[in-house]
Design a binder for this molecule. Sequence first.
Ligand code: GLV
Ligand code: MN
Ligand code: MN
Length: 439
Amino acid sequence: MTRTLLPDLTPDRVAAAARRVMARCDELARVTATPGEIERVYLSTEHARVNRLAAEWMREVGMSTRQDAAGNQIGRLDAIHRGASDRDAPALMIGSHLDTVPDAGRFDGIVGVLMALEVVRLLRVPGPDGESSLSPLPFAIEVVAFSDEEGTRFGKALLGSSAVAGTWNDDWWQLTDADGTTLRQAALEFGLDPGRIGEAARRPDELVGYLEAHIEQGPELDRRGQSLAVVSSIASARRFQLVVEGEARHAGGTPYDMRHDALLGASEAALAVERICRGEHHVIGTVGQLEAFPGAVNIVPGEAHFSLDLRGEFDGERDRVWDALSRDLDVIMGRRGLRWRAREVHNAPAVMCAPLLQDVIRAGIRGALPDAPDDPATLFSPAGHDGMSIGAITDVGMLFLRNPDGISHHPDEAVSAADVALGIRALAESVLHLAAEPR
Ligand code: GLV
Ligand code: MN
Ligand code: MN
């Protein structure tokens, strides 16, 4: 039984699309603030450069382009209506992000944007002017390259997609980067008008849904020997910046019974995070930053700063871990004569992928993989994605690609061209399955 909606799509054409995606991932990897590494943060000159490249590639497949008020790069393929373009038709958004963590891999986010462009290339039909293209489907297609998913520069993730979701918070303009530049200042320098941020927001009635392809960022598909998975939900997340205060004193002259070593308190806190999360199946916690002050070899640390990233499949379990940790911190710091405080910098609830979009992605995977089981892998995503914000305005669906060894947020991050080819086909088939759904 044939399950494909793209019977005329030759393997050669899909393989060429995948090769283009891989080559463009390499090209974007060269746009970096740090020579020898990949680092591209929000509102940087590298951000502007990749947006220009993405816009060029969007126009190449016949899309009209714009950069929105939050620096997201958007391409649109209008729907066709009686042979002409229908500028007002609601759009299916397909995309991911182009910003990176420090010393990043080349696929996280990026591959999803480039795959979306290949889906447009496969599905588009020529427009009446011979230059532009149109969507032959009952909806427009928009490819969105989100500007800030990682939160690397301002410590607040999902800034680009929050603007699109209309959940931008004006307090964020005061966030600062490591150099003390405020988000407001950075936006102005980038050429954006903070007063117009609201214009990036989309209304639910303008959208049909949001689809995103992304590497898994974990080992599950690799372990199962499978290429693609449907995502069931995206983890809820909370992030904190914590400060421990003790007393800075002479490293030689201060006996242990007189020390209030803030770094040791923070270290014990990091171990408590591991202990508590190991006892909870669905919550995972990470201390990824830890700094001691004043930071000299011969001074007992008087202050320590550390970050905490907590993710859970369910909001309640994640919150229970934070409550348990807070109680432990009181005990640990009390015993060491230290004080602690925490500032929450990010709080996003778990987002369920829409059952309909899970079904169309499942059908898309079956179309791309004739030998796939009737029920392809379904995975929950402990990693965060732009869909976490976009879920506020429209249905979200995600397709995962196998990530060999599951390594991500690391230069060794990988995906094979063969899996990208399958993913492109599955994503295109998913879009067609969605188009076939009664609306
Ligand atoms: C984004 O990649 C995140 O999950 O932190
Ligand atoms: Mn990431
Ligand atoms: Mn990502």
